[in-house]
Ligand binder design. Structure first.
Ligand SMILES: C[S@@+](CC[C@H](N)C(=O)[O-])C[C@H]1O[C@@H](n2cnc3c(N)ncnc32)[C@H](O)[C@@H]1O
Length: 268
């Protein structure tokens, strides 16, 4: 949420600009704080220094007004501030998300080179896959692609698994409003899939992880994971969509599975 924008070239401009905001509206001394900075100007070209300068301006204001100041917590702060420097201007924002939104919260168990949940969801969205089509990932690892497809198909809002959002510690946070929105999201969920969703992988350990992740999402009864080598795969239905994130090159070793995969699917 954008709070303020002001011209800013030098460290002094930054300090003064930050102090023109009344920070008591967003932050009391009992709340912890972290500041991130992006962008630069000719003189403010070190994001770590920029963030420190902003934090100093904020806590100096608190100290003067309350005789007390917020502690800094870089891991799990109550209030996160972002400042962005660009073309001689500074934009100050409150971070409403908290921890990165790609961490849905259902996946403590991850295999080798897992896809980010949000990237998996975006790829599925772009692919044109429809929940009425069977979805199959023959290299599913910890199951991110089938799980995201399953959440989409069952209308399960991805944010439901998060422990909390950044805005939940804002001073004007309305818990009843959030509860209402959560209930609304839950009431639009579906019980059953329109078409099967299946993931398989040759590694039994990652299949165990995928099943654990499905349990965390509450969809282990709907989705199907099994241990199988790609070479043994046969088409599970007459039509559907194959969606996968194969191992490749430097990240996981030079495993030439593409030719086998394409052969396999053409055979199917
Ligand atoms: C890049 S990872 C997939 C990661 C997955 N998208 C996730 O989010 O966890 C590739 C997967 O392909 C699997 N794999 C490699 N060769 C295979 C084969 N011949 N048959 C089946 N699975 C295979 C590996 O076990 C690995 O889990």
């Amino acid at each position: 949420m954008k709070l303020h924008q002001f011209p800013c070239e030098r460290a002094e401009d930054l300090y003064e600009g930050i102090q023109t905001l009344d920070w008591s509206k967003y932050l009391t001394p009992d709340l912890t704080l972290s500041v991130t900075a992006t962008g630069k100007t000719e003189q403010l070209n070190h994001t770590h220094f920029t963030a420190l300068q902003v934090k100093n301006a904020m806590v100096d204001q608190q100290q003067k007004r309350f005789g007390d100041r917020s502690d800094v917590d870089l891991q799990d702060p109550d209030v996160r501030i972002n400042v962005h420097l660009d073309r001689g201007g500074c934009t100050v924002s409150l971070d409403s998300s908290g921890n990165s939104l790609h961490r849905r919260g259902y996946r403590p168990a991850v295999g080798f080179a897992p896809l980010k949940e949000s990237l998996a969801a975006a790829l599925i969205q772009l692919s044109g896959w429809q929940p009425e089509q069977m979805f199959y990932d023959p290299l599913c690892g910890s199951g991110t692609l089938p799980l995201e497809a399953c959440l989409k198909s069952l209308h399960i809002a991805p944010g439901l698994f998060r422990e909390r959002f950044g805005f939940e510690t804002w001073l004007d946070f309305d818990p009843d409003l959030l509860d209402g929105l959560i209930q609304e999201a839950k009431s639009s969920q579906r019980e059953t899939l329109s078409a099967p969703i299946w993931g398989s992988d040759r590694n039994p350990q990652v299949i165990e992880q995928a099943i654990a992740n499905a349990k965390n999402c509450g969809v282990s009864e709907q989705i199907w994971f099994s241990e199988m080598d790609l070479a043994d795969v046969v088409a599970p239905t007459d039509s559907g969509v194959v969606f996968c994130n194969p191992p490749y090159g430097e990240r996981l070793g030079k495993i030439a599975i593409w030719a086998r995969f394409i052969n396999c699917w053409v055979t199917c």
